[in-house]
Design a binder for this molecule. Structure first.
Ligand SMILES: [Zn+2]
Length: 127
């Protein structure tokens, strides 16, 4: 049946953005498992924008990013083949900091080591 065959392509998160396969497992690993965050993570808008190099980016206001957290709204993240190769955990850390009233655009605070730990955990889980 034609409509049913399209259903997997149209799977949407509650926020309305299409999700990557296994995104809920990745969210569990990063947000709950590594960051121990109690609240909900921000919506993720996956992007594969052409940025003039070998890797896809996320274009926003004329600039290209691996990822960009739009404060209090959502994170744009360029999909680079897996969660741990994308800036997924990195942007979730920006969101976590923002939810706690912390602005740390230079990544100077100690909790950034959790991003490396999250990416290792994702890699170890094949994500
Ligand atoms: Zn950053």
């Amino acid at each position: 049946m034609r409509l049913a065959s399209l259903a997997p392509l149209l799977a949407l998160a509650g926020c309305g953005f299409p999700t990557q396969p296994e995104q809920s497992r990745a969210e569990e690993v990063v947000w709950r498992g590594t960051f121990a965050a109690p609240d909900a993570p921000p919506p993720i808008e996956w992007r594969q924008d052409e940025c003039g190099g070998p890797l896809a980016g996320a274009r926003y206001e004329g600039q290209c990013y691996a990822g960009l957290y739009l404060r209090g709204d959502r994170a744009l993240v360029a999909w680079r083949g897996s969660f741990h190769q994308s800036a997924y955990a990195h942007e979730l850390m920006h969101a976590l900091q923002w939810s706690r009233g912390i602005e740390d655009p230079q990544h100077l605070r100690p909790e950034w080591t959790l991003v490396d730990a999250a990416n290792r955990a994702l890699d170890g889980d094949g994500l």
